[in-house]
Design a protein around this ligand. Structure first.
Ligand SMILES: Nc1ncnc2c1ncn2[C@@H]1O[C@H](COP(=O)(O)OP(=O)(O)O)[C@@H](O)[C@H]1O
Ligand SMILES: [Mg+2]
Length: 294
């Protein structure tokens, strides 16, 4: 199982859009995918068509109760659209191969509720370990903060994907983020690494986008020298262009592939899915040659 946390402490950079649509792209490529929505805002859960009124246990129960992870998965894309369908939207159909551990607004209180709990940083890690055989990929959509929920995600996964919006403050705050990844790597999870950067909300054809992209490359070329938790980071070649269909899909509880399969947004996330699969196939080859002969 490959496990990926989608993090950036800034809001509005494309974390949830990427968690949902990259997961859907991987699932459509035949992978068994789980999405864990650890953001109390529950945007990924809604985007994937999870009914907020559902009584099913959520990530809140996972973190604060004895609930095993096997009890929280719900199938994606089961609900009715919450707005009138437009011409090119279809009734939601369940996304094959894609299940969701939904969020709940009560998660906002988890920080306080978990304050006195020993080992609170590694609850998700221990629960997720039980599901390792059931998935090819698990993606965690994180809140826009570096609190206990994000730390639980970082302790549980091997890889971090960082969505960045190419505007002139894109790199602002990144050193804090890298420091957090470094600390979690040192103290809680020595497998953790920043694996990839995804440029989202990309305004193709603008000078700013091109300039910021090259700044991002430069930043990570320098940063690679500074710490092992991000020494292998790559900037994914696929740029996720700004596309209105990506902003519309969440209110229908549909991935971009269900909502507008022929849109530029679907094209970009399909391409990113292909790039991510190729990346992990390459890593699997390296890992198998690096492993000592049995
Ligand atoms: N490539 C895109 N094109 C158009 N709108 C986008 C795109 N990516 C994200 N959005 C919209 O921008 C807003 C913020 O994106 P979101 O993925 O929710 O960011 P985050 O999870 O980092 O806060 C949402 O309304 C989303 O629908
Ligand atoms: Mg979000």
């Amino acid at each position: 199982m490959r496990s990926i946390a989608i993090i950036n402490q800034k809001g509005g950079v494309g974390k949830t859009t990427t968690a949902v649509n990259l997961s859907a792209a991987l699932a459509r490529a035949g992978q068994r995918v789980g999405v864990i929505d650890i953001d109390p805002q529950a945007h990924a859960s809604l985007h994937l068509g999870i009914d907020p009124q559902s009584k099913a246990p959520t990530v809140y129960d996972l973190l604060t109760e004895e609930t095993p992870i096997s009890e929280v998965w719900q199938r994606a894309g089961g609900s009715q659209p919450r707005l009138l369908p437009t011409a090119d939207s279809r009734q939601p159909t369940a996304e094959e191969n894609l299940v969701v551990a939904a969020s709940h607004i009560d998660l906002a209180a988890a920080e306080v509720e978990l304050a006195g709990v020993v080992g609170r940083e590694v609850i998700l890690r221990d629960k997720l370990a039980e599901a390792a055989d059931q998935f090819d990929y698990v993606l965690i959509d994180c809140p826009p903060s570096l609190g206990i929920l994000t730390i639980n995600a970082l302790a549980a996964v091997d890889d971090v994907f960082l969505p960045l919006q190419p505007h002139f403050l894109a790199l602002h705050g990144l050193s804090k983020l890298l420091k957090t990844i470094g600390l979690v790597n040192e103290r809680l999870n020595d497998r953790l690494q920043l694996a990839g950067v995804v440029l989202c909300l990309y305004e193709s054809g603008t000078k700013l986008a091109v300039e910021v992209s090259s700044d991002v490359e430069q930043f990570f070329r320098e940063a690679r020298k500074g710490g092992r938790a991000w020494s292998a980071v790559r900037l994914f070649e696929t740029r996720i262009r700004r596309n209105i269909r990506l902003a519309e899909a969440p209110s229908f509880g549909q991935s971009i592939f269900q909502y507008a399969a022929n849109s530029p947004g679907a094209e970009d996330y399909r391409a990113l899915g292909g790039e991510v699969l190729a990346y992990y196939a390459g890593r699997a080859m390296l890992e198998s040659t690096a492993a000592p002969a049995a």
